[in-house]
Design a protein around this ligand. Structure first.
Ligand code: SAM
Length: 356
């Protein structure tokens, strides 16, 4: 317990920290002194590159149709209770135009993984980029053939979010059906990198079967992978999924994981996730105070928000929504941070406004 400062200091300085030491820190997430120290360090590290800026991205949940079978996710193909929807190109454009009028210059189009999306999404990206050339477009549509990733990149997509979900192949196999594999997920992440996307990886905290040793390994894994973006949020059960009866991930451990990953990836863009905001009332601010520097307000047309039911009770209003951007900015200001609506590229990418 007395060693925790030394371990955290070494981690933030890029010095050797063993997996056992990292697992010990994860075990101590519930100790306020340890968690506070880790979060303070994470804030210092993020300030080197980002000062007190928090980048806002407009999130459009474009479709809830999915061919995936992830045991934790309400969008899984096998869930027959979900009312599915797919937004038209015009609806997506309109949502982004409204976000643009509010000042947003970064949009995330997220949805289930389907195999027939290539042309439709390529056309959409072209239309978005011609209407809003100064806005960044991030896609998050699951695993796709490399030719599809390439077509979308050529159409102008800048970034792609594809969480690895867990860095343990065995654990991945416990959370997904046999038709999905960790090797395939890694191959997709590799391909996205090769194609020049700013790519986002990430994992859930508290999924069934996850151990503190696995969480320790996440830090090492992400440091090696070095993605431009990392999403970390607690697992929240969804009642119509095979994991619907399991316990949710815990807030303190999520904040510890955010802090540890921030310590090793100073330049990463890391959201304070909706799952964190759903689990803790002040989750967005807790995340920002643990090294997160991105928030993604939901700009999906309101009538569809309830149908994007990846987990129960998902927050999509208040400061998690377009309507709440002003309040979000005020809340961030109240803790000393500044909401920023510019593109917010990773500092290693051309044109990034973040200091080199
Ligand atoms: N289909 C795309 C994909 O798989 O990357 C994007 C949508 S998917 C719903 C986005 C993320 O939601 C997943 O990467 C997963 O980490 C998260 N998610 C899904 N179910 C969840 C749950 N029950 N609790 C917390 N996060 C969940």
């Amino acid at each position: 317990m007395t060693q925790y400062r030394d371990i955290l200091d070494r981690l933030a300085r890029g010095r050797e920290v063993s997996q056992e030491e990292l697992a010990e820190l994860v075990t101590l997430s519930g100790e306020p002194r340890v968690l506070d120290y880790a979060r303070g360090l994470a804030r210092e590290v993020r300030q080197e590159w980002y000062g007190h800026k928090v980048y806002l991205r407009g999130l459009v949940e474009i479709s809830s149709h999915c061919s995936g079978g992830c045991y934790y996710c309400g969008l899984r193909a096998e869930n027959r209770s979900l009312e599915r929807y797919s937004l038209s190109e015009e609806q997506i454009m309109e949502a982004c135009r409204e976000g643009y009028a509010l000042g947003l210059r970064s949009f995330v189009l997220q949805g289930g993984q389907m195999m027939d999306l290539e042309e439709r999404i390529a056309n959409l990206v072209v239309a978005l980029k011609s209407a809003m050339p100064d806005a960044a477009v991030t896609l998050s549509l699951g695993e796709q053939p490399s030719s599809t990733y390439e077509a979308w990149r050529k159409a102008g997509a800048d970034r792609y979010l594809l969480r690895h979900e867990t860095a343990s192949a065995e654990h991945y196999a416990q959370l997904h059906p046999a038709r999905m594999s960790f090797a395939e997920r890694l191959a997709c992440l590799e391909e996205l990198h090769r194609l020049g996307y700013q790519r986002g990886a990430g994992f859930m905290v508290g999924t069934p079967g996850q151990t503190n040793e696995m969480l320790a390994h996440e830090v090492e894994f992400l440091k090696d992978l070095s993605p431009e973006m990392v999403g970390i949020g607690p697992f929240i059960p969804q009642k119509d999924t095979p994991l619907g009866g399991m316990a949710r991930g815990d807030v303190a451990t999520t904040l510890m994981m955010l802090s540890l990953v921030r310590a090793v990836l100073p330049k990463a863009l890391m959201p304070a996730t909706t799952a964190l905001a759903t689990t803790a009332g002040n989750g967005t601010l807790l995340g920002v105070l643990s090294g997160a520097n991105v928030v993604m307000p939901n700009i999906t047309p309101r009538q569809y928000r309830g149908s994007y039911a990846i987990y129960d009770g998902k927050k999509s209003s208040g400061t998690e929504s377009a309507e709440g951007i002003e309040r979000l900015a005020e809340e961030l200001h109240s803790i000393g941070y500044e909401a920023t609506m510019t593109r917010g590229d990773h500092p290693d990418f051309p044109g990034s406004e973040v200091k080199q």
